[in-house]
Design a protein around this ligand. Structure first.
Ligand SMILES: Nc1nc2c(ncn2[C@@H]2O[C@H](COP(=O)(O)OP(=O)(O)OP(=O)(O)O)[C@@H](O)[C@H]2O)c(=O)[nH]1
Ligand SMILES: [Mg+2]
Length: 456
């Protein structure tokens, strides 16, 4: 028995169409109670996935909309349960009344992600696919869409599944040898196991190597603007996002708190963080700001080092350079190119070869930044979209799996008996099982009987 849940699936704003959806054992019955098809018969009598035109009724039974309804019977639905969906006119009031009418039928409000959670629990999606649903909804770039769509179609799950299956084969063989010594089974061979472990190790290393790219494709690039006060960091942030997000003045020390904004550049989303100009200061507020700037740098994947090109370099510029270099990548922007140059650009270029001369005031040089970002954070690559690790949960599980496989390989090389390896391989399997949401024990047992016919 599953409780029937309902939710408004579209944003709470007037729009052309608004969607109400339901899932659970009583979904079709509840939907039929609040909808009168123009054809006369009950919605519950219609076949699955048929679009039915009719009148949606409010909590008091009065018509509230002319709408389209569709039902999908279990198990052929998104959640794997009986489901129903109404396409109404997109008035938040209509949708709210429709929802209340459903509540009057004993349906309850769905929690966040509950439809997808049910889909996962009913085996419609693995965990990576469930995560892809959220990633797809949040996708802001074509590359993010391609990655999420590929993952939703199961690409990452299949890639992990192939490694998992290889290890399960090894395990099944171990178990068969250990648990059923009397059966006529090939004794394990160390070189077969070594090869199996090596294959898994290589597969997991390659998978982990995708994380760097997968992460910025799906989640964007944390990017900090660093530089001495008045270099033009806030002006550049505003120029990049296209509106006056941060306060700009000619007073050094204008920005104190960190200011965040997003912009799309070179095929990725830059999560820009404007910071207080780095300098030693007596001002208590500004000091906190400088500390926050340093903290932001630790999280950053890219530092945009901003230098005022219209003035000679100062000690504060040099200090900012050292700070910027703490980020994994640095792009130096020599700002204020609309003014007569005074900074030693050639000296700068020796330290930051991929330097760009720009002007936040005129926009000069900013278009070229697009290409710089694209080459620092390429979105294409050898891996097919959808096969990359994109979040910390996945990467952590993959790292644990790799560690288990590596330990097993070391034990084997050290001549430890095969059953001692089992624990390590099992740990790798359970980590991979967590990644995709599969269960380990059942799979292992199933394989033993399926492949070795031991139990007959
Ligand atoms: N001519 C010219 N002036 C600029 C340019 N960019 C910024 N400025 C000016 O430089 C001054 C400082 O700019 P901000 O953007 O506030 O500098 P900041 O680096 O954020 O400074 P703090 O917040 O104090 O660390 C302002 O007067 C801006 O108008 C530019 O490209 N050309
Ligand atoms: Mg500023």
């Amino acid at each position: 028995m599953s409780q029937t849940i309902a939710a408004i699936a579209t944003p709470p704003a007037p729009s052309a169409i608004g969607i109400l959806r339901l899932s659970g054992d009583g979904a079709i019955e509840a939907a039929a109670a609040v909808f009168r098809p123009t054809g006369g018969k009950s919605l519950a009598e219609y076949e699955s996935r048929r679009l039915v035109y009719g009148t949606l009724l409010g909590p008091d039974g009065a018509p509230i909309d002319q709408a389209l309804a569709t039902i999908s019977r279990a198990p052929r639905s998104y959640t794997g349960e009986d489901t129903a969906e109404f396409q109404c006119h997109g008035s938040p009031a209509v949708l709210q009344l429709g929802l209340e009418a459903l509540f009057a039928q004993g349906v309850r409000q769905a929690g966040p992600g509950e439809f997808t959670r049910r889909a996962f629990l009913n085996g419609k999606l693995d965990l990576t696919q469930a995560e892809a649903v959220a990633d797809l909804i949040d996708a802001e770039t074509p590359a993010a869409v391609r990655q999420a769509a590929g993952q939703l179609s199961g690409a990452l799950g299949r890639r992990v599944g192939a490694i998992y299956d290889g290890l399960v084969d090894l395990m099944a063989h171990f178990h068969a040898v250990l648990d059923y010594p009397d059966e006529d089974i090939d004794p394990f061979r160390a070189d077969t196991i070594r090869a199996g472990l090596e294959e898994a190790r290589a597969g997991l290393s390659a998978l982990l190597a995708t994380y760097e790219r997968g992460r910025y494709i799906a989640g964007g690039v944390p990017c900090v603007l660093v530089g001495r006060p008045n270099a033009g960091k806030s002006s550049l942030l505003n120029a990049l996002v296209g509106y006056d997000r941060a306060i700009v003045t000619d007073v050094p020390g204008t920005t104190r708190d960190t200011v965040e904004a997003r912009c799309r550049l070179g095929g990725v989303v830059l999560k820009l963080i404007d910071t207080a100009g780095l300098r030693d200061t007596e001002d208590a507020v500004e000091r906190i700001g400088v500390a926050r700037s340093r903290a932001a740098l630790e999280e950053a994947r890219l530092a945009l080092l901003v230098v005022d090109g219209s003035e000679p370099l100062t000690a504060e510029d040099l200090a900012a350079m050292d700070e910027a270099e703490k980020a994994p990548r640095v792009l130096c922007l020599v700002n204020k190119s609309d003014r007569p140059p005074a900074a030693d650009v050639e000296a700068l270029r020796r330290r930051f070869p991929n330097l760009r001369v720009v002007s936040a005031a005129t926009g000069a040089g900013l278009e070229e930044l697009e290409g710089d970002i694209a080459s620092l954070f390429p979105t294409g690559g050898a891996e097919a979209a959808g096969e990359l690790l994109t979040n910390a949960r996945q990467a952590e599980a993959a790292r644990r799996a790799l560690a288990g496989v590596e330990r097993a390989g070391e034990s084997l090389a050290a001549g430890i008996t095969p059953d001692a390896l089992l624990t390590d391989v099992e740990e790798a399997l359970s980590a991979l099982g967590e990644l995709t949401g599969a269960s380990v024990r059942e799979d292992v047992t199933a394989r033993i009987f399926q492949r070795f016919c031991v139990g007959k």
